[in-house]
Design a protein around this ligand. Structure first.
Ligand code: GDP
Ligand code: IMO
Ligand code: MG
Length: 434
């Protein structure tokens, strides 16, 4: 596969609620790029790459780490869990993947600490079933909260100042223990000294990878190296533009690439918006086209829709063109990658949501207020289905006519050029159309 290089520096971003297949597309596109950059999120992500018979699930490292000639960069916009990073490095090495000079980690990244994971779990349990966000329990929200509050944040660079780290952790852990006890009646206090010792050790193990990634990246760009930005989560989970509060705590949309990586907005020339041919969501929150019936179950089973990070069954439903059009706009999608087209084979009819009906009116407006979705009914356009194993198709004209019509209709509804169609998890099950 080649042909993506003409796009220039490109951001790959999910236009739905995550798990669109970004890992696969990033892996395929990297044939034509020199550098891959994770710009936000943390170990809540789960990006799957299938190479030959092997399946890799990456949570904290960029998918490009599987390609030894590509420089993989974890930037300051990411919240970094050293236990996950070190576990991933060791598991990759165990599987024969070389991880060394090709991996760079920002000294500015905030560190996910044990109290972040604990707070995530305690807050979710305390919320009760009706009020849970359904987070991944990876401590993402609490870590980003500490970063933004500035009072408690600890960054990778802090792991190289033992005295300062001990002092700071002493204050932070005392605060967290008091907070957990008062709010959640949690009576097993964390030990600051033990955490300090453990994380200073992690710092030493991470040291060979740590640098100023913003300076590194801008230098690589100046040298003419081609950079691919690997979005995590999806634009509908973006803290500013998604279905707040049922979102993650970072700017998961394309806008997050510049702030997270420390590159100027003028650098990114293209945005590859990635969508599934239907919709999925894990965790709580609005999902107007959700199918809580046999059709939803069939999509889940055919598409193997179970979370890469948590193993949770994903909620499944028809493609929501109102939501995806909004996220394509917010991300400035120039290109569209439609994934999992193979999963929709064998349905007689396939529906696409083309409008939201609310109190007698139909509109294309994507509401800011998550609770407004309770009043919304999707307005569907129904297209004829197709049958057969699309996983064998390699060219657009090999697809059944109704499958071609379907993807063209999605592109038309979103107003974004159709560039990629994926018909299976493998690298070669990919069609490049431009
Ligand atoms: P990401 O978080 O966006 O990288 O997506 P995930 O890896 O969480 O979930 C996508 C799943 O779909 C993975 O298991 C992929 O191997 C798989 N996948 C990707 N593209 C396709 C496709 O076109 N067809 C099928 N059947 N599976 C796909
Ligand atoms: P990738 O990169 C799908 C969801 C969680 C939850 C909400 C908040 O694999 O597409 P968090 O732990 O971030 O505080 O959880 O966001 N979520 C994802 N859903 N794919 C992801 O990542 C996700 N990362 C977070 O399920 O609803
Ligand atoms: Mg995923």
């Amino acid at each position: 596969m080649s042909g993506f290089g003409s796009l220039g520096h490109t951001c790959v971003v999910g236009l739905q609620w995550g798990d669109e297949g970004k890992g696969k597309i990033v892996d395929v596109m990297l044939e034509d790029f020199d550098v891959v950059v994770r710009y936000g999120g943390g170990a809540n992500a789960g990006h799957t790459v299938v190479i030959g018979g092997e399946r890799f699930a990456l949570h904290q490292l960029p998918s490009g780490v599987l390609r030894p000639n590509v420089i993989s960069v974890v930037t300051g916009g990411v919240v970094l869990d050293p236990t996950v990073v070190l576990g991933e490095i060791s598991s990759l090495r165990g599987r024969g993947v070389a991880v060394g000079e090709n991996l760079r980690i920002s000294e500015r990244a905030h560190v996910v600490l044990p109290y972040h994971r604990l707070e995530d779990q305690l807050a979710e349990s305390a919320a009760g079933s009706g009020a849970r966000l359904g987070t991944t329990s990876r401590g993402i929200g609490p870590c980003y909260s500490d970063k933004m509050s500035r009072r408690y944040g600890i960054r990778v660079c802090d792991l190289y100042r033992p005295e300062r780290l001990r002092e700071r952790l002493g204050q932070v852990v005392a605060h967290k223990n008091a907070y957990f006890r008062a709010l959640f009646d949690h009576r097993q206090p964390l030990d600051a000294e033990q955490i300090a010792r453990e994380y200073l050790g992690f710092g030493e193990q991470l040291r060979p990878f740590v640098c100023d990634t913003a300076t590194l990246l801008n230098g690589l760009i100046g040298d003419g190296r081609r950079v691919l930005f690997e979005g995590a989560q999806g634009a509908l989970l973006d803290v500013d533009h998604g279905t707040y509060p049922y979102v993650t705590s970072s700017n998961a949309g394309a806008g997050g690439a510049c702030s997270g990586a420390g590159v100027p907005p003028t650098v990114i020339r293209a945005t590859m918006g990635v969508v599934k041919a239907y919709s999925t969501r894990v965790g709580a929150g609005p999902f107007p086209t959700e199918l809580k019936d046999a059709t939803g179950d069939e999509i889940r089973e055919r598409g193997r829709e179970y979370g890469t990070t948590t193993g949770r069954p994903r909620r499944c439903g028809w493609f929501d063109a109102v939501a995806a059009r909004y996220s394509a706009m917010v991300c400035g999608a120039t290109d569209l990658a439609v994934m999992h087209l193979d999963t929709l084979s064998e349905f007689d009819a396939i529906s696409v949501c083309v409008g939201y009906a609310q109190r007698g009116n139909v509109s294309n407006r994507f509401p800011a207020d998550a609770y407004e979705f309770d009043e919304i009914q999707p307005v569907y356009e129904t297209l004829s289905g197709w049958s057969g194993d699309l996983g064998r198709c390699r060219r657009f004209d090999e697809l059944p006519e109704n499958a071609r019509r379907y993807v063209q209709r999605l592109s038309e509804l979103l107003g974004v050029r159709l560039s990629v169609i994926s018909v299976g998890p493998q690298r070669d099950q990919t069609m490049l159309l431009t």
